[in-house]
Design a protein around this ligand. Structure first.
Ligand code: NAG
Ligand code: NAG
Ligand code: NAG
Ligand code: NAG
Length: 315
């Protein structure tokens, strides 16, 4: 004959031990999703051996935020290009830039990521930054310093112009309408990545969205006055990354070709969640210092009076 009290007590025991079990298991580390780092992002745009080291979940999510302006071909493209396939094409100029750009990438790498390696490639001549599109009248200083310089190699300066123009030309294909003006695209930050000493430029488009009491109630100072940039979903695409080819550490060869990619920071994505600091998430800014040691800013300013005339100023 069963004693109801016994089974009741048994029941309590069982449930107690179940509870204990449950409590015990809940003391294991909580299952928070792994966090993507700027270094993960750069690795995925590097050689296959670098990208294979990134957590697969993170890799998958980051890759879903890459909007390539030039197709990404991590393996061996560089070698093929070197063997004399068509090098005149714009894609090729990203995959395998002209020699002065490669030289700079190699200098940065060989210096172990020392920004002075970049500074030494600059012509010492100091160029005052002239008025750009009425900036002076509004007391707006667009550049970090009121004067700039240029690279000694004219081909390097031209390559920078090429990058700005290519972003404008190819942006619309990935949903980024961008203009070369002092409110939208006019600058990038040239950096050397910390782990790999790879040379790169982080461009920021949509720099000064127009004040709007409903959609963008932020006062950004003198440089915002007169802005024609609308704050809308296109802000998600304002971070554009160029990477020089990645040098091989033991030979004179190259591990990975150059890259030009828009980093989509839409609020549901991992770039917004993990790479963009909370205090600037409204403007979707990826910080250049998070990607590497910043050597200089690269500005491309319209200093023409009536007829547009764009020039590079390195500050
Ligand atoms: C970009 O501009 C073109 C032409 O002005 C327009 O048709 C297109 O819808 C715009 N695209 C985006 C994503 O804003
Ligand atoms: C290159 O290799 C050397 C040792 O061979 C190492 O100390 C250095 O960190 C490496 N540099 C990079 C950027 O991988
Ligand atoms: C954002 O606004 C611009 C006008 O400044 C417009 O051309 C573009 O289509 C808008 N983009 C989106 C994604 O709404
Ligand atoms: C560099 O090149 C050598 C020789 O081709 C190769 O063995 C090595 O895996 C390459 N990669 C790195 C990161 O050194």
């Amino acid at each position: 004959m069963g004693n109801p009290n016994v089974s009741l007590r048994l029941g309590i025991l069982v449930s107690l031990s179940l509870t204990t079990c449950y409590c015990y298991s809940s003391q294991r580390p909580p299952l928070t999703p792994p966090k993507a780092t700027p270094s993960d992002l750069l690795s995925l745009l590097g050689s296959t051996s670098q990208s294979s080291k990134v957590n697969p979940l993170i890799s998958h999510q980051l890759q879903s935020c890459f909007r390539f302006l030039v197709p990404f071909t991590p393996t061996n493209h560089f070698q093929r290009a070197r063997r004399g396939l068509c090098v005149s094409d714009e894609n090729e100029l990203i995959w395998r830039p002209p020699q002065p750009v490669l030289d700079l990438a190699r200098l940065a790498f060989d210096s172990g990521g020392d920004p002075d390696a970049i500074h030494r490639a600059l012509d010492p001549t100091i160029l005052p930054v002239p008025d750009a599109e009425g900036s002076k009248e509004n007391r707006c200083q667009l550049t970090r310093t009121p004067y700039g310089r240029r690279f000694i190699s004219q081909e390097l300066n031209s390559y920078l112009e090429f990058l700005f123009k290519l972003i404008v030309a190819r942006g619309p294909a990935v949903g980024l309408n961008v203009s070369l003006n002092r409110y939208d695209l006019f600058h990038g930050h040239l950096f050397i990545a910390r782990d790999t000493a790879r040379l790169g430029i982080l461009f920021h488009a949509k720099e000064y969205p127009a004040y709007d009491k409903d959609v963008f109630p932020y006062n950004m100072g003198y440089c915002q006055i007169g802005s024609t940039v609308t704050y809308n979903d296109s802000m998600n695409l304002r971070n554009i990354l160029w990477l020089a080819p990645l040098p091989n550490n033991s030979t004179n060869d190259w591990e990975a070709p150059g890259v030009l990619v828009v980093l989509d920071a839409h609020p549901e994505g991992i770039i917004y969640r993990d790479i963009i600091p909370d205090y600037v998430n409204f403007v979707r800014t990826i910080y250049e210092d998070d990607l590497g040691n910043v050597a200089v800013d690269v500005n491309y300013l319209n200093i023409g009076n009536r007829v547009p005339s764009y020039q590079i100023f390195i500050c």
